[in-house]
Ligand binder design. Structure first.
Ligand code: B12
Ligand code: SF4
Length: 498
């Protein structure tokens, strides 16, 4: 029996961006949900994973499978439905699972043969038995798995081409921020996989660099932090020589032993959600306020960076408390905090979140022609009606924020700081250059989108890239050659260290 597991692309982000710069391949991640599903599948099934983010797929040229499983974040849903339609037209039953199908059950059910809501561990074997018996049900609910039910992901099933492997050690988050789907989907209880199972899987992964996908790798309570320390000790003892990145809250910086152990275990970078830089913004978003208010953030960031761990700060534009000028405020705060890289996203009402319920009730969903408009729900588009910022203004704030943080002068300053501190500047530099490049691409995309008439409420000048953002990739070939030579030298130096 042949099973296809498909990760749909969102052409608005994945393929276009990945092709735009060689370095974007470092932002290509394995679809871990499908690898976990494959790990749960009995050996009498032949499994092929099709990841449209890696390359376009000619489905017609592939053998006809017995069944297809499709995953989707919300932004991938329109493409997921196209793929489903194609297979169903060939008489192949299609099953959809993952976060979007769970949050928009009715919509998905109308477009596929069967929907698996929640985590798949407890029901996947039954689903496949039903396929074999020809009695697939329209809905299965996996609820939430117990962590020893999770079998190791099939990391062997995807071809090369990904810079990072992915692994998960915990599920769930108690913080329940208003814009986030995690608490609704994975629950508020912080469920932890047995450490030995994680380490065994980590060792078996072919990649030298790994993303821990946990939403908060260290949790919140003292026992969670002790568990994280145990995990880091075990990873260090395993001596794999692999390096990894993860996501955490800023309380990571409160415990020197934790940071030291993370470094020894191979940690090279952390994503930290700061979300808002105004005192009004944090309470608006939920419980995170208590973690950030009153904290000396620059000192906290520096304590992490001292251990050769890059800090990528994440921020949101478009809160009800955000007013014109917020873009520059965020960029300046990110500079003050000392983060190596900044990720700024539009406040986006994802289905199932508290924010969705609020904005829907207030009739503030601007891009609402579903399912097609889901493709804009990548957090890179202003899909809502913001309180004090029109869509033109909010885009201008975004361009201003990126333009300030990723100005050539600021990138050079961060490069200089790393060199002076004796840190390897390569990762940070590449991150800065690709973010700069991508933000310029997005500025153009916004301009084109609004010019085409879609959501226009302002003139083009609001959306165009800032004139002081000179694109080093496209202009100044001498500059580009010098940059390439510098990167090559850095890369040679870096790989000698590995
Ligand atoms: C790692 C990650 C990424 C990575 C890698 C994604 C990937 N390809 O796997 C990257 C960085 C690329 C990424 C990007 C984005 N992400 Co992201 N990401 C995550 C994160 C942290 C972990 C995902 C993961 O691997 N989980 C582990 C696996 C095992 O769980 P799972 O995928 O849910 O799969 C289980 C079930 O859902 C089910 N299942 C899943 N698929 C299927 C399919 C079938 C057929 C069946 C039966 C079952 C099934 O079975 C699995 C086992 O139980 C989640 C948060 C989270 N906790 O899930 C956010 C999350 C999925 N991301 C989110 C978002 C918003 C995004 C972005 C849109 C925006 C952004 N800038 O971050 C982009 C999307 C870009 C795009 N392609 O359109 C949201 C999605 C919400 C939504 N409604 O869509 C989440 C939930 C975070 C949040 N704050 O709400 N993300
Ligand atoms: S944003 Fe992070 S901290 Fe907030 S609920 Fe989601 S996973 Fe938890």
């Amino acid at each position: 029996m042949l099973l296809y597991l498909v990760n749909p692309s969102n052409p608005l982000v994945s393929i276009s961006l990945n092709r735009s710069s060689y370095w974007n391949r470092f932002r290509l991640w394995k679809p871990l949900g499908l690898l976990v599903l494959a790990g749960l599948t009995s050996s009498d099934w032949e499994i092929t994973i099709l990841d449209e983010n890696l390359a376009p797929i000619d489905y017609e040229a592939l053998p006809r499978p017995d069944v297809v499983g499709i995953t989707a974040f919300t932004s991938q849903a329109p493409r997921a439905y196209e793929i489903a339609e194609g297979f169903r037209a060939r008489g192949v039953p299609v099953i959809m699972g993952g976060i979007h199908a769970t949050m928009c059950l009715e919509e998905a059910s109308a477009r596929v043969d069967s929907v698996v809501t929640g985590e798949a561990e407890s029901v996947w074997a039954e689903v496949l038995d039903d396929v074999r018996a020809g009695c697939l049900k329209v809905r299965y609910d996996g609820g939430r798995a117990t962590m020893d039910q999770i079998s190791p992901a099939r990391h062997d099933l995807l071809p090369d081409g990904y810079a990072f492997g992915s692994i998960q050690t915990t599920r769930g988050c108690s913080l329940n921020c208003s814009f986030c789907s995690v608490t609704e989907f994975n629950g508020a209880r912080y469920r932890q996989r047995p450490i030995e199972a994680v380490v065994e899987e980590f060792k078996s992964m072919p990649e030298k660099r790994v993303l821990f996908v946990d939403d908060n790798l260290i949790g919140r309570l003292p026992q969670h932090i002790e568990r994280a320390k145990e995990l880091f000790r075990a990873l260090a003892a395993a001596g794999t020589g692999k390096s990894w990145i993860g996501q955490t809250t800023i309380n990571f910086a409160d415990d020197e032993e934790l940071i030291t152990l993370a470094e020894k275990a191979g940690c090279i970078g952390l994503f930290v959600g700061f979300e808002s830089v105004t005192p009004e913004g944090l309470p608006e978003l939920g419980k995170k306020a208590s973690m950030l208010s009153g904290r000396n953030i620059p000192a906290a960031v520096e304590r992490i960076r001292r251990h050769n761990i890059l800090v990528v700060g994440s921020f949101i534009i478009g809160l009800d408390s955000d007013r014109p000028g917020v873009g520059r405020l965020i960029a300046e705060a990110a500079g003050r905090y000392g983060v190596d890289n900044m990720n700024v996203l539009f406040l986006t009402p994802l289905p199932g979140t508290r924010l969705w319920k609020q904005l829907k009730a207030e009739d503030r969903i601007a891009m609402g022609a579903f399912p097609d408009d889901w493709k804009y729900y990548t957090l890179n588009y202003p899909v809502a009606r913001y309180k004090y910022l029109s869509s033109g203004q909010v885009v201008r704030e975004m361009n201003d924020c990126n333009g300030t943080f990723y100005s050539a002068a600021n990138i050079l300053c961060r490069l200089g700081r790393n060199v002076l501190d004796g840190r390897n500047p390569l990762f940070s530099l590449v991150g800065n250059l690709t973010s700069r490049r991508n933000s310029m691409l997005f500025a153009r995309v916004y301009a084109a989108l609004w010019q085409s008439g879609g959501q226009a409420d302002e003139t083009e000048s609001f959306f165009g890239p800032r004139p002081d953002m000179v694109d080093v990739w496209e202009t100044g070939s001498g500059q580009l050659r010098r940059l390439a030579a510098a990167l090559k030298l850095q890369a040679a130096w870096f790989f000698r260290q590995c």
